[in-house]
Write a protein that binds this ligand. Structure first.
Ligand code: GRF
Length: 212
């Protein structure tokens, strides 16, 4: 399979569309990073699958346009996927970032953005995919946990890995303790690697992601 290569125009800030479902602390980290022109990116829109979340409030506070598509508002899941794809496409993103977005996208979305759609997951993939990464890691009794940044493919947390970061699991950790310890390093990883991707460009060859 040929390598896929993408980068924003040299000299202009890359366009990020960020998708959220919750508190949006990862979104906030990106918004803060984008305030420095040297970072090389700007958040041009924030999308969500629900209203009334702090993530959307953060976007509004930063003056970033938002859109919401609830799955339940559509007869078919594919209709929701097409609507989401079309809203994201309006903003002509160089990179689409799922930052705590709790929905799996469908074929239309992946066809449009599959080489430029990344997700941050709060576990060390391929262990503990799905929405309870820290809980599953604790129950398994692992001694290290962490976060994985990856390009999204058609599976659940199965796409090519961009970066991973590790934290210790302590004997008396609650799910909340571990979740927060992971989120702290996850935010730094996201900001660092989104910056690298948009400034340098990247290639994906099979499962190997490399900066150009
Ligand atoms: C992140 O830890 C992400 O890995 C998980 O949900 C969390 C999102 O947090 N899927 P926030 O909304 O960015 O604060």
């Amino acid at each position: 399979m040929p390598a896929v290569t993408s980068a924003s125009d040299p000299g202009s800030a890359a366009r990020l569309v960020v998708l959220v479902s919750g508190s949006g602390s990862n979104l906030q980290a990106l918004l803060d990073a984008c305030a420095d022109p040297a970072y090389g990116a700007q958040v041009v829109a924030v999308g969500a699958d629900r209203e009334g979340i702090v993530g959307l409030d953060r976007a509004v506070a930063a003056g970033v346009p938002t859109f919401v598509h609830k799955v339940k508002a559509y007869d078919e899941r594919a209709d929701w996927d097409r609507a989401l794809t079309s809203s994201v496409a309006e903003y002509k993103p160089d990179l689409v970032v799922s930052a705590g977005f709790l929905k799996l996208v469908g074929d239309d979305f992946l066809e449009a953005f599959g080489d430029r759609y990344i997700n941050t997951h709060n576990a060390l993939l391929p262990a503990f995919p799905g929405i309870h990464g820290p809980r599953d890691a604790l129950e398994y009794g692992v001694k290290v946990a962490g976060a994985t940044l990856f390009f999204v493919d058609g599976g659940v947390d199965t796409g090519p890995i961009i970066a991973q970061v590790v934290v210790p699991v302590l004997d008396d950790d609650s799910e909340e303790d571990l979740t927060e310890r992971i989120k702290e390093v996850e935010r730094h990883q996201l900001v660092e690697w989104v910056g690298r991707l948009v400034r340098d460009g990247w290639t994906i060859t099979g499962r190997k992601v490399r900066l150009k």
